[in-house]
Design a protein. Structure first.
Length: 77
């Protein structure tokens, strides 16, 4: 199950930079709803952030949720 209110739209670029700084490889998004995809520790499933085209937040798939939580946790310190 995905999380629909985890990553605010204003934090996307900061999250991309955090991923790059932590050694993750940013990949090209596929389709019209993906806004961010990166190469995770395992092959499947891929961590992906989706745009619902409404609201103030992006949707994170199950594989992406732990990374977004880590990002939020490091920002709060």
């Amino acid at each position: 199950m995905s999380n629909r209110s985890l990553l605010h739209r204003s934090k996307l670029e900061e999250f991309k930079q955090w991923l790059a700084d932590n050694g993750w490889k940013i990949e090209k998004p596929n389709g019209g709803y993906e806004v961010l995809r990166w190469k995770g520790e395992t092959r499947q499933p891929k961590p992906i952030i989706y745009d619902r085209h409404d609201g103030d937040h992006y949707t994170a798939n199950d594989a992406a949720v732990p990374y977004v939580y880590q990002f939020i946790k490091t920002r709060s310190k």
